[in-house]
Design a protein around this ligand. Sequence first.
Ligand code: C2E
Ligand code: CA
Ligand code: CA
Ligand code: CA
Length: 277
Amino acid sequence: RAKERGNNYQLYSPSMNEKAINRLEMEGALRKALEREEFTVYYQPQINTDTGEIIGMEALVRWRHPERGIIPPADFIALAEETGLILPLGEWVLRTACRQNKEWQMAGYPPLRVTVNLSASQFQQQDLADRVSRILKETGLDPQWLELEITESIAMKDVAFTIKTLRQLRDMGIKIAIDDFGTGYSSLSYLKQIPSHTLKIDKSFVRDIAKNTEDGSIASAIIAMAQNLKLKVIAEGVETEEQLAFLKKQKCDEIQGFLFGKPVPPQEFEKLLKKKK
Ligand code: C2E
Ligand code: CA
Ligand code: CA
Ligand code: CA
C-alpha cells in the first residue's frame, strides 16, 4: 500500500535496482531483528459461545521496531516467507507461545489452548512433527493444549502430503485448525480426509454476516458442514453484537474478535486470566 502511494506521482515505476535495495535492506533488518529479539507475541482470546468464557488464545507475532514501533505481521510475514526467515521466526513464535502457556498453567490459571499459525514453508518441512515434539518437550506443555493453524489454501495444495503430516501431528495429541476457511475451494470429499479438529470461518464472511444474506448463508453452510464432520467451528473477526447473535443462533462453537478482545501483550492477557481465576 505504501508503495502505491509513493508511486502515484511518478511516470515510471522505481527501477528494479531500487526495489532490490529496499528488499535487501528490509531483509537485513528482519535478520537483525531476529538476532536482537525484537519480535514479540501477542495473544487474542477465544471464547466459548455458550458460556462466554475464554477457552483459548491465538498467538500473533509483532515486530517491536526500535524506531518504527509495533509493526504488524502484514508488513513482514510475506518477506520473511520469501527469504526463508519465516522458519526460525515461526519456530521462535511456537516456542514462545508454548512456554508462555505452560507458565500460565504453572501459575495456577485454568488451562487454555494456545493456537499458533504455521506458514506454508514451515508446514512443508519434512521434520515438522519432530521439531514440534522437541519444543513441547523443551517447554513441558502437554500437546492437548496446543493447536496448530494452517490455512485452507496451504492444506489443499498437496492433499496427500497434508494428510500424512497432519496425521503425525494428530497422533502426537496436537489439535489442528483449518484457518481462513471458505476462502479456498476445498471440496467436501477432500475435507473429509483431512485429519483436523477445527474449522475457522474467515473474517471476510463474518463482516456482513447479519446484513448480507450471501455471507450469512456461507457461514451457516460452513457451520453445518463442521457439525456433520464432527469438527469444532470458530468464527474470527467478530466485532458486533449482531454478528455474535447470528453465530450463536447458528450454533457456532467458538468466537474470536475485537468484541471480546484485541490481540494484546502477555502482561495484558494475564489480566484477563486473573478475572477468570
Ligand atoms: P490470521 O491468522 O487470520 O489472524 C487473524 C487476524 O485477524 C489477526 O491479525 C487479528 O488481529 C485480526 N483480528 C482478530 N479479530 C479481529 C476483528 O474483530 N476485526 C478485525 N478487523 N481483525 C481482527 P494480525 O495479528 O495482524 O495478523 C495478520 C495475519 O498475519 C494472520 O492472519 C496470519 O496470517 C499472519 N500471522 C500472524 N502471526 C503469525 C505467525 O506467528 N506466523 C505466521 N506464519 N503468520 C502469522
Ligand atoms: Ca490464524
Ligand atoms: Ca484467520
Ligand atoms: Ca487471515
